[in-house]
Design a protein around this ligand. Sequence first.
Ligand SMILES: O=C[C@H](O)COP(=O)(O)O
Length: 242
Amino acid sequence: MPPQLLVSVRNGIEAEAALQGGCDILDIKEPARGSLGMADMAAISAVAEVVGQQPDDVALSAALGETTDWYAAAPPALPAGINYAKLGTAGLRPDLDWQQRWSEVRRQFDLAADRDIAWIAVAYIDWELANSPPPLEIVAAATEAGCAGVLFDTFAKTGRGLFDWLSETQLRGLVNDIHAAGQLVAVAGQITAENVPALIDFAPDIIAIRSAACAGGQRTNAIEAEAIRHFKTAMHNAAISH
Ligand SMILES: O=C[C@H](O)COP(=O)(O)O
């Protein structure tokens, strides 16, 4: 199966543009709030409504900030249309009990939504900058916790992308471990259309972008349908020649 394209959007207007561009999965995120910045609930509901009006099946995911953001706050009830949810792992590294705290925050979200949310564990590949547990530890924890998948992403959005942090050998090993556990693999980290041929080789289930979908490749600019079409064409061409 060729990978699916996930595009992170900040509101309903961007969701429309991403759908026009041909994304397979919409992800709701506020990029100005960081790598896994959570959008306001009004924006989350607006995007869920746009997706609900689509004739075709478009999956929906939501970024929910960092796990530590929820130690002293009550999680809101996520709309029913959200298929996947992601919590960042920045700042968890020094905490020996991080897995329990991460599970507890996820449990609170499940309780608020009154259902079992499909969780995507977030492995920051620049984990030292994020002060998060290293990717190998996250991959093991995701399996133990029964997560639906693992996302590799960068915490710092400063232009260094996926392959600036992970060697191809490291990525291959991690992807194989996750697939062996029956989970999805999503890759992100300022991925460009030029990275696609190399990425296809690892058979990720999802390629996740924000920067490459925005005007001028700047992640806080608006989503452009044409930029997504360009990216989809790169995925299509890479899949054919693979
Ligand atoms: O979930 C995916 C991220 O939003 C990717 O963002 P980025 O392409 O700016 O690294």
